[in-house]
Design a binder for this molecule. Structure first.
Ligand SMILES: [Zn+2]
Length: 422
């Protein structure tokens, strides 16, 4: 497949800039850029400079998101927002979030160089707190833009007891003005996010890009299984109420239930706490974490009911008891159908139909999830070699980045054509 030199060149610059941002880190031996830290300030300054060079006016909003705006044919036209996040997890990769912001800057840079204006404005955003590394929050940047700033966030504390309010103040932002980061839906026509897949699906199908259909809703719970603690030497097998052996059966039942439902359903037990937790004591109490996701909220809730049935059967058989605590619930978000079609057509047009358009759900959360409350959203995934992410070995194939730029430019052009007609 031949990709125009202009996109190859742009991809090289995107990747070189990913390296430069990777150097802005709080860790000496890895990447960490958390919310409202000196590293975020440096990254905002650097990205702000690139936004300016690409022909945009720039500003920092009330919660710390960095923005650039490229006017359309008419001043003050509603904007299509392109972007992703600039914050990272500890020992992060170079591309999660960052790539989407830099990719967006390149697109505007090209339009600017060619002196082209579209019927709508383009705004590029680098969100500030997608990962929630510092305050245990998530999506503060994009939720605030979507108008969902919450004052109770101000009391959140980091590991050093610094509140979010104090951190905002230290960063030079006014904690009382955070709600003003919210945008009005009349000013925004959509949000497009390019992101690495962070999973193995595209690679397994030998495809560089994928069109995201939606972002799975997650429900998290703790299942507590109770039995009877006892001496491992003196309690015969037939007289035991072993909570950990019961929990093991439950974990396998959860795996089987998710497989039986199939489709995009995933269910994971990632943590097991056994008490009292000694080598010579039968576990009397076990807490299992459970994370269930699907792009279909109804299906996801049916999975939870089915898991509950299996747990009931298992504990009854073993003379154990159990209880649930639900800790987190986020509804699934669907990507806009028209945007999905534009992306798929752009892939076909750019590759002369040599590449199939793969539609896939996102199992991970993204800023697009929060932005969906403000405007229609769309996401384009770039293949993740080895499916690796949130890890220093996270990678991208340069050719894939070039193709994503070419496809996104095609998508912008097609969208511009439809808005001009209507
Ligand atoms: Zn991300």
């Amino acid at each position: 497949m031949v990709i125009a030199e202009i996109y190859e060149q742009a991809a090289r610059r995107v990747l070189e800039r990913c390296e430069r941002l990777a150097a802005l880190s709080a860790l000496p031996d890895g990447i960490l850029r958390a919310y409202l830290t000196p590293e975020q300030k440096q990254a905002n300054a650097q990205v702000g400079q690139w936004l300016t060079e690409a022909g945009m006016s720039t500003w920092l909003d009330a919660v710390g998101n960095i923005w650039g705006r490229y006017e359309g044919k008419k001043e003050n036209a509603p904007a299509l927002i392109l972007g992703s996040h600039l914050d990272t997890v500890p020992y992060a990769g170079r591309y999660d979030g960052i790539l989407g912001v830099l990719n967006a800057i390149e697109l505007v840079h090209m339009l600017h160089e060619q002196g082209r204006r579209l019927p709508f404005a383009i705004e590029v955003v680098g969100f500030c707190d997608e990962e929630g590394t510092r305050f245990g929050s998530t999506l503060i940047g994009s939720k605030s833009v979507a108008g969902h700033w919450q004052d109770d966030w101000l009391a959140l504390e980091d590991d050093h007891g610094i509140t979010l309010a104090k951190a905002l103040h230290n960063f030079g932002l006014d904690p009382n003005r955070c709600a003003t980061a919210g945008r009005h839906c009349d000013e925004v026509i959509g949000y497009w996010e390019v992101h690495i897949e962070q999973g193995p699906v595209l690679e397994a199908e030998d495809l560089p890009l994928g069109v995201v259909t939606g972002i799975a809703g997650a429900r998290r719970s703790n299942i507590r299984v109770s039995g009877q603690a006892g001496h491992s030497g003196t309690t015969p097998m037939h007289l035991r109420k072993d909570a950990l052996a019961g929990a093991a059966a439950i974990i396998l039942a959860i795996e089987n239930t998710a497989k039986k439902f199939g489709g995009d359903v995933v269910a994971t037990v990632g943590q097991v706490f056994a008490r009292p937790g000694a080598v010579n004591v039968i576990a009397g109490d076990v807490i299992l974490s459970l994370d269930v996701r699907s792009q279909n909220d109804t299906v996801r809730d049916q999975v939870l009911l089915a898991i509950n049935d299996s747990v009931e059967a298992i504990v009854a058989l073993r003379g154990l008891t159990f209880s649930w605590t639900h800790t987190h619930s986020a509804p699934a978000v669907l990507c806009d159908g028209k945007f999905q079609a534009i992306f798929a057509d752009a892939i076909a047009a750019t590759t002369h139909a040599q590449l199939a358009s793969k539609f896939l759900p996102s199992g991970a959360g993204h800023d697009a999830m929060a932005m969906a409350d403000l405007c229609p959203v769309a996401m384009l995934f770039i293949r993740s070699p080895g499916g690796i992410s949130h890890h220093p070995d996270e990678g991208v194939i340069p050719q894939d980045v070039a193709l994503s730029l070419s496809v996104m430019m095609q998508a912008l052009e097609s969208y511009a054509a439809t808005t001009e007609v209507s």
